[in-house]
Design a binder for this molecule. Structure first.
Ligand code: ADE
Length: 249
């Protein structure tokens, strides 16, 4: 039977699906709690990976090995590093890049591993491209979905769904300098801590994947405060959007 997997890094990101899951039951595999059930009559397995690339890679590998899903969706929150993408907006990742994978030299100069890198390019491209069918389904759904407005400093704003490059690394970015660097060097729109790891595992195992991120903060000096403030509403909107994508598959 066709199965869609949904991974989130934090319990709040998966709890956002609670009201949508029917026939819910839990399965423990190697100490990891997976939730099986149905969303809009589609067979789905959910899992909380924990934060960061290692947790995400391990959980994704166990998920693929045990459940053999037809596709993997990653949902959760991210920091925006694009001035046109605001808190509450959603970024569909056309591609994902690991921003902390490369060579660091004196003077803090960082080099992403491009064509001349020491690793196998076909297995480890710098940019991992999302599955084109999942991407087009997501873009189509983004045109018709209604999301919860986000209230920031008494101003209410409807979330906008865009697509772009998502940068992943084992760092919570709360730095204007780092955010500008990521924008300039990778042309990324959002930054998070798991997408690139899930993308690498899925790419090597030939499983279609798509990363969907809802913006909780702007990766600058207020990032930690905004993250705590908007985690729940941003997770809820991401879950609502992913629910629509699953229904359309
Ligand atoms: N996830 C949400 N906000 C983030 C940030 N600023 N940096 C990294 N991961 C995030």
């Amino acid at each position: 039977q066709d199965l869609t997997a949904v991974i989130g890094a934090m319990p709040q990101e998966i709890a956002a699906y609670d009201g949508m899951i029917e026939n819910r039951h839990e399965v423990n595999v190697g100490g990891i709690q997976f939730i099986k059930g149905y969303i809009k009559k589609r067979n789905v397995v959910f899992v909380v990976s924990g934060i960061g690339k290692v947790n995400a890679a391990m959980t994704c590998t166990m998920l693929l090995q045990h459940f053999k899903p037809s596709r993997v969706l990653f949902t959760g929150v991210a920091g925006s590093i694009d001035q046109d993408i605001h808190i509450g907006d959603i970024v569909i990742a056309d591609s994902v890049v690991q921003h902390d994978f490369g060579t660091l030299t004196d003077g803090n100069a960082f080099q992403y591993w491009g064509a001349q890198n020491p690793i196998d390019q076909s297995k480890n491209p710098v940019f991992f491209k999302a599955d084109s069918l999942l991407l087009s389904t997501a873009k189509l759904q983004s045109a018709s979905i209604m999301l919860e407005p986000i209230v920031i400093q008494q101003l209410s704003r409807a979330p906008v769904i865009t697509n772009g490059i998502v940068a992943t690394g084992d760092q919570f970015i709360s730095s204007v300098q780092k955010k500008l660097e990521l924008k300039k060097t990778l042309h990324a729109q959002a930054v998070e801590m798991e997408g690139g790891a899930v993308a690498q595992v899925c790419h090597q195992q030939k499983v279609p994947f798509l990363i969907i991120r809802s913006i909780s903060d702007l990766a600058g000096s207020d990032a930690e405060v905004n993250f705590s403030q908007f985690l729940q509403i941003a997770s809820k909107n991401a879950a609502k959007f992913v629910g629509c994508i699953i229904e359309a598959l």
